[in-house]
Ligand binder design. Sequence first.
Ligand code: ZN
Length: 413
Amino acid sequence: MNSWAEVAIPPLATRFEVPELSIFDTARGQNSKISKKPKYRMYVCGITPYDATHLGHANTYLAFDLINRYLRASGSEVLFVQNITDIDDPLLERANRDGIDWQDLATSQIDLFRSDMVALHIIPPAHYIGAVEAIPLVVDAITALERAETVYKVDNDYYFKVRSDSAFGSRSHLNDQEMLKIFSERGGDPQRTGKHDPLDALLWLAKRANEPGWESIYGVGRPGWHIECCAIALGYLDIDPDESTSLDIQGGGSDLIFPHHEMSAAQGRAMNGREFAANYVHAGMIGLDGEKMSKSKGNLVFVSQLLKDGIDPMAIRIALMSHHYREDHMWQQSDLVSAQDFLTQLQIALSRMEVAPTDKVIKEILSALANDINTPQALGALQQWISQTNSGGTGGKPGELSRAIDTLLGIAI
Ligand code: ZN
């Protein structure tokens, strides 16, 4: 699958020290220090392409873009991989409902997603991998799980024994009852007869009537969602056998904590014996009018619609950054108005010949981001600098600040 256009990131002047990043890890339930090293491996779960790209998606991909930018600014390489679930039940259901071909629906939504990501200035993944093109990898992953004696068949479908991972449950911290409830709400099949454990995860679904299927040693069928991400992450992230975990960061929205990330992680651990990710990082949910923004509720605000309405994509970035990435919050039109106003003030201040000192504000932005990507604090520091500049402050370098804002916050002026 083609990724989207590369984003140019200006280098940060070397005299600025980039503090170690501290990030909230869902598994530990607290902030975790990301120690400095030459290369990080980050996997962020992508969309199922039937309704791209609402503000909830934008908030998630923005959060990991900020982490990516920060780690790069510290001089490291970030190998970033993302999937796209271009075959799954919701895609087929939507295509059926609308009477269109599922492939046409996927292609149109993937194109839209890519153009939204470009507009929002999101660094593209090095590998952007579709579920369909990953089928050979998924089949190899199932074979590895079979070797580890963690696979069984129900009719012609294959399942993974989640309890074969002794750490199962350690990333999401839910009790069995909570797991069962969420599993059935989010596409799981706990009631299916023949399963060893109601929570066992589908690896390979044999072809059903009027559904697509692909040839494999497991029969004609299609991959389960959790093994798709596990196989793509382990297949494309250039795993270092000397490290104790396969990935540095497994990311996504908080609705993926369970079952998706728990199950991918359990499968990854069963495959190579190592914890799947050193850090499980999750972005909050965006709601509208008091409810979570979701496809099923139909209360989505689409990035493409805002762009069509003439909203500056940088204002969308700023509006989202005015909340902490982990904070669940309601989308407010007033956030967008304030963001547009802030952007205009910033542009005017940066175009002045004389501006308030800039080293201090750049250090403040770095320090805010080091603390679990605290963007409201970073924007607050910038707001203060704008006020100081407007009050006649001098001695700063507007070009350097403009570049640093682009490097660290992805705001291209
Ligand atoms: Zn995933």
